[in-house]
Design a binder for this molecule. Structure first.
Ligand SMILES: [Fe+2]
Ligand SMILES: [Fe+2]
Length: 223
């Protein structure tokens, strides 16, 4: 069973209603960005697996996690195709880049921060799946409720790995720091609608939130 109460305690805020109200009408953006997030989640886990190859438990755990994220990507991609939603190249959300500004340079602090970053991304994904699912059609609702359990597990995995490196006290202090920044990213106006975006800002004249900016396959948000 997914412990949503624990997740909500971990996160500094809930997804704002304004985001939830926009999401069902922007499935084109939501699903394509979600697919990108799953790819990036796999990619982030793989890059840690390369960088920290001397840590067997981390390597085994993140290898499993990366496979799971790629399966999620395949599932979302199939839904996008089945619905005839055109694939578009979307700019990355500001979310992951905002979190990564907190990642310290030296090791092992860098590893601890990357793992905490992973925990926040997974926790927010899970919280958002739970919040948006009841507003979507039955197929997507079931799909998001299924994914929720995986992302909740991934949240725990990242946090446990961080605590193995730094101990619970130091991790708790860093989590507090990340929590404040994460909540600010979620609660402040955001000009682009994405899976991890903030409060949707009113678009300016001629603005197109789905506009093509650049290939996001190398950007860093993950699910
Ligand atoms: Fe995922
Ligand atoms: Fe995940």
């Amino acid at each position: 069973m997914t412990d949503l109460a624990a997740l909500r305690d971990f996160l500094g805020c809930a997804t704002p209603d304004a985001w939830l109200e926009v999401a069902p009408g922007r499935l084109d953006l939501l699903l394509v960005d979600h697919a990108n997030c799953e790819k990036k989640a796999a990619s982030a886990a793989l890059s840690m697996l390369y960088r920290y190859e001397g840590r067997p438990r981390l390597v085994q755990t993140l290898s499993r996690l990366a496979r799971e994220e790629l399966r999620h990507f395949e599932q979302v991609e199939r839904i996008i195709r089945a619905r005839g939603i055109p694939w578009q190249s979307l700019s990355a959300s500001r979310y992951a880049a905002g979190l990564r500004t907190l990642v310290r340079g030296p090791e092992p602090e860098r590893l601890v921060d990357l793992l905490i970053c992973g925990a926040f991304v997974e926790a927010r994904s899970c919280e958002r799946f739970a919040a948006v699912a009841p507003r979507l059609d039955p197929l997507l609702e079931r799909f998001y409720l299924r994914l929720l359990a995986s992302e909740a597990r991934h949240f725990r995995v990242y946090l446990e790995l961080a605590e193995e490196v730094a101990g619970t006290g130091e991790v708790a202090a860093r989590v507090d720091r990340f929590r404040r920044v994460e909540a600010e990213l979620i609660l402040s106006p955001d000009p682009e609608f994405r899976f991890h975006s903030g409060v949707p800002a009113a678009p300016g004249p001629g603005a197109d939130q789905g506009q093509v900016r650049r290939d996001t396959s190398r950007s860093s948000t993950s699910a």
